[in-house]
Design a protein around this ligand. Structure first.
Ligand SMILES: [Zn+2]
Ligand SMILES: [Zn+2]
Ligand SMILES: [Zn+2]
Ligand SMILES: [Zn+2]
Length: 471
């Protein structure tokens, strides 16, 4: 039982040592045989070295070399610095045996063991072509015939299509909104490959928005909203970045038209949009004469809205014809039954209307109501109304004919008053009398003057004859 345990322990110890040997072989300062690595194109010839690194001192080193058929081994040159003797390989096809030994002393120090000259086949595929060495422990020992253990780092020739020996640096080109740019990169002039960086297109840059402009403007009216398109374009490429329809609010500035009405109310509408402006209001009626009654025809009166003028048809009432009362001039000059005021004579003018004094309601000259301060009213012995115009008033009337109306509630006494020789007021409108009905005053004055001259001449002749007769 003890024996079995001892064997197991020995196996475990060996296993542990083996693992540690593998670990130390890969460490940086262990004895190692290193095969170099090269890159080559098809058809190229390259030297590959086998070197001793961290050499502990060795007197014999016999290796087996293998490589693929893409490589042709042209020659093997042992390093003369090794000392001792080397044996040229019997053949140069893989596997190849390399053999060196030194019977006198250890060879110490790191150095190249041998240089191998390879040519890459023109038909070689691209990729790594492994160049590997191995040895049997019996063939590697020192001058004391003790085993020397070297770790192995195998090499290779990497076959490439191009060595990229001629290159061009292409600087970065930034993107704009119109063109895609790229980063900086290095390109092989021989094969066109990108060695460094990337010529991949970058994304387009953002547009540069300009000021917003208005297009398709439809102006708003008082009631209807308008609209426009707000457009923002790129200042670099002119492309439309955004296009948005926006509203222009209705102005609300309505234009009021004439009054509109129905039987109950009045309102105004906008002449543009026909919308009712504000609120409709009830009529505010007052009685109004639509047509004045005259002595010839009936008149009309009705309820009429003070605001809009709406006439309430149902309220229309007929006003009876006016009674025509006789009138005569009872003071002042009378010529051919016409009433005359002669300024030269400077006498008051009075009219007697043939109705009771108390029925008098107003005195009008040319349709205008005369201020009662401008006339006196009295009754004659039959009780008829006698209207006497004051001279101060008459003097304000220019020469010409005037219609005088003395009214009652049911009628009128109407006549004509002629004003003459009133040069002072001839061309001026009077306060209450209005302008003359007719009258070419200058001609009238001329005729009057002529008649006066003739009368004086006739009178003078008559006096002269009477004196002669008396003599
Ligand atoms: Zn290239
Ligand atoms: Zn742009
Ligand atoms: Zn409107
Ligand atoms: Zn009204």
């Amino acid at each position: 039982m003890k024996k079995v345990l001892a064997i197991l322990l020995a196996v475990a110890l060996i296993a542990t040592l083996s693992i540690s040997a593998v670990i130390t072989a890969s460490a940086g300062n262990d004895p190692t045989l290193v095969v170099s690595t090269e890159t080559a194109t098809k058809g190229a010839t390259k030297d590959i070295t086998i070197s001793m690194v961290n050499n502990p001192g060795v007197a014999s080193l016999k290796l087996s070399l293998t490589f693929p058929s893409d490589l042709t081994l042209n020659s093997v040159a042992y390093n003369a610095g090794l000392g001792g003797q080397s044996q040229a390989p019997a053949k140069l096809t893989s596997p190849v045996t390399l053999n060196w030994f030194n019977g006198g002393a250890n060879t110490n120090g790191d150095m190249v063991y041998a240089t191998l000259n390879f040519t890459v086949s023109n038909e070689a595929t691209e990729g790594d072509k492994a160049i590997e060495i191995s040895y049997k422990q019996d063939n590697v020992y020192n001058i004391d015939e003790e085993d020397v253990v070297f770790g192995i780092t195998n090499g290779k020739i990497t076959v490439v299509g191009c060595l990229h020996e001629h290159t061009t640096q292409v600087p970065a080109v930034p993107s704009t909104c119109k063109t895609k740019g790229h980063g900086a990169y290095t390109k092989c002039d021989d094969c066109g490959a990108i060695i460094e960086g990337s010529d991949a297109e970058l994304d387009l840059a953002d547009h540069t928005p300009g000021a917003a402009t208005k297009e398709n403007v439809v102006d708003a009216t008082c009631a209807v909203a308008g609209s426009y398109t707000e457009v923002i374009k790129c200042t670099v490429c002119g492309e439309t970045i955004s296009s948005e329809t926006k509203e222009i609010k209705a102005t609300g500035n309505h234009t009021a038209g004439d009054w509109k009405s129905d039987s109950g109310a009045h309102w105004k509408e906008c002449t543009v949009c026909k919308q009712v402006i504000g609120e409709s209001e009830s009529h505010d009626f007052e009685e109004k004469i639509l047509e004045e009654a005259t002595t010839e025809k009936e008149g009309k009166k009705a309820n009429v809205c003070k605001v809009c003028g709406y006439v309430d048809e149902e309220s229309i009432v007929t006003i009876p014809k006016l009674v025509s009362y006789d009138v005569e001039q009872t003071a002042g000059k009378t010529e051919e039954n016409e009433a005359v005021y002669d300024a030269d004579d400077a006498k008051a003018v009075a009219f007697t209307a043939k109705f009771a004094k108390d029925k008098l309601t107003a005195v009008k000259v040319n349709g205008q109501v005369v201020d009662p301060a401008n006339y006196d009213v009295a009754a004659d012995d039959q009780g008829n109304a006698v209207v006497t115009f004051k001279e101060d008033y008459l003097k304000t009337l220019g020469n010409g004919d005037y219609t005088v109306a003395i009214t009652t509630d049911d009628g009128v006494a109407q006549t004509t008053l002629t004003v003459k020789n009133n040069a002072a007021a001839a061309t001026t409108d009077t306060a209450n009398g209005g302008s003359p009905v007719t009258g070419d005053n200058n001609i009238a004055l001329l005729i009057a003057l002529l008649l006066a001259v003739m009368a004086v001449s006739v009178g003078a002749g008559f006096v002269y004859r009477r004196r002669k007769e008396n003599d």
